[in-house]
Design a protein around this ligand. Structure first.
Ligand SMILES: [Zn+2]
Length: 110
């Protein structure tokens, strides 16, 4: 039986690959260095189930059965973990007029 909480948007979020998330980061981030260690920013996508990006859920204090979904990334130097709202990536991939950038993906935000 399918999980009734998993609709089309959630399926799209689960389909986002590490490469596609890195493309989003390269498209949207302008930071040249980590705000904590000041090294040139090199993003590491935290992964699960092979090479798929982690989708973490932060439960809501007032509504514990509901949560906000985020992708987790970290600075490859100091390990500072940051979150990206999954909906921003889903909209960029599936609803923006510009197609998802393909190829030339690296994990350095420059
Ligand atoms: Zn850092």
């Amino acid at each position: 039986m399918e999980d009734p909480r998993i609709g089309e948007s959630e399926k799209q979020i689960f389909s986002v690959t590490t490469e596609q998330l890195l493309s989003f980061i390269n498209d949207r981030f302008t930071a040249k260095e980590c705000s904590n260690c000041s090294r040139a920013y090199s993003v590491q996508v935290m992964t699960e189930s092979g090479d798929m990006p982690v989708v973490a859920q932060y439960s809501l204090a007032r509504t514990p059965h509901a949560g906000v979904w985020v992708f987790l990334i970290s600075c490859s130097n100091c390990g500072t973990v940051s979150m990206i709202h999954t909906e921003a990536v889903r909209e960029w991939m599936f609803e923006s007029k510009d197609p998802v950038g393909a190829g030339g993906v690296d994990n350095n935000v420059e």
